[in-house]
Design a protein around this ligand. Structure first.
Ligand SMILES: [Zn+2]
Length: 334
């Protein structure tokens, strides 16, 4: 799964600096050993000699077994002796070995069988989360910090359910979606007025899916269009390319309908939604607009794709941002 170039570049820079650190630390250790346990250095040279002799014995093919056993015994004895000498000098027994941050890949990012190492995967996820936090305030934005108490318990007219019940279900669905996310997952459409937690749940999904090792692009629609417009005219620094918008494992488009509408924006949005649907790449779109408003604003083509291919999650209730602004007054009797 491809990550944006600036993310992989940074990850490999970090790995390179870890290798440098290990090398510098190793040189420092060698100097300490030369001072405090010089016999270790002699043993190390002998060990290199026996290792070469073992390799030669294997290649010669003569009296191999007996010779090998003798050499290997000697090798083990010398290794044991070396550990004893280090400990006697007050040093850890493996002090003469290079200490990489990740022993599974020696800080190269790839295991000996050519697979991406867990340390590189973690690094990529951390950098993606860092980038996400630059796009949106992700502090304390998790599924557990989503407060259902803000949603009314009175049943909605024409619907035998309250906003709280609806949101309880939305929260559970989003959580499950993030936990089970895999390529080919469903696309979601978060529909409802401003201030009902659409961005909160979008970001909670983004963080969780990134942590699970997928590349996710979260972006308000207007910011995406601004970047694509800049890219079109090749101006300024790109924060992401259209390729990544189309190829990322999960694209989250926040606040569709709030953007400045032009023929470019309408065409760009349609192309992104359409291309990702064809490639079976999941997208999450949130919007204050109703389906009818989307129809009149974009085109029936966009509408039919949204309605036909996305699972709609309705957000209902009173604007939480306004509720939070009302100060809690102490109850004073008249
Ligand atoms: Zn590693």
């Amino acid at each position: 799964m491809a990550y944006p170039k600036e993310i992989t570049d940074r990850a490999f820079d970090i790995l390179a600096s870890r290798r440098n650190l290990a090398r510098n630390d190793y040189q420092h250790r060698q100097r300490v050993i030369a001072q405090q346990a010089p016999a270790v250095e002699t043993l190390r040279r002998e060990l290199t000699g026996t290792s070469a002799a073992i390799a030669k014995a294997i290649l010669s093919g003569q009296e191999v077994e007996e010779k090998l056993n003798r050499l290997q015994e000697g090798n083990l004895y010398m290794q044991q002796r070396k550990r004893e000498l280090l400990v006697a000098a007050g040093l850890p027994e493996n002090y003469d070995e290079m200490a990489f941050t990740c022993a599974d890949c020696n800080d190269t990012g790839y295991t000996p069988d050519g697979k991406r190492c867990h340390c590189l995967q973690t690094l990529l996820a951390e950098l993606m989360l860092e980038r996400l936090s630059k796009t949106a305030n992700t502090t304390n934005i998790t599924f557990s910090s989503f407060v259902l108490d803000y949603y009314p318990t009175e049943k909605l007219p024409g619907l035998n359910r309250s906003p709280r019940e609806l949101m309880q279900q939305a929260l559970a669905e989003c959580k499950l979606y993030a936990q089970q996310f895999a390529p080919g997952a469903r696309s979601l459409f978060f529909q409802g007025p401003t201030g009902l937690g659409k961005t909160h749940l979008s970001l909670a999904i983004a963080s969780e899916v990134i942590r699970r090792g997928y590349n996710v692009l979260y972006t308000p629609v207007q910011a995406l269009l601004d970047t694509l417009e800049r890219e079109r005219f090749r101006r300024g620094e790109e924060t992401f390319s259209l390729d990544f918008v189309l190829d990322c494992d999960l694209l989250i488009l926040d606040d569709l309908g709030s953007e400045f509408s032009t023929s470019f924006s309408t065409a760009a949005i349609y192309n992104i939604i359409n291309s990702r649907l064809i490639e079976q790449k999941p997208t999450i779109i949130s919007s204050n607009l109703s389906i009818k408003e989307i129809e009149s604003r974009y085109s029936p083509r966009v509408l039919s794709r949204l309605v036909g291919s996305y699972s709609t999650i309705p957000f209902r209730g009173n604007d939480i941002r306004l509720i939070k602004k009302v100060p809690i007054r102490p109850c004073v009797p008249d």
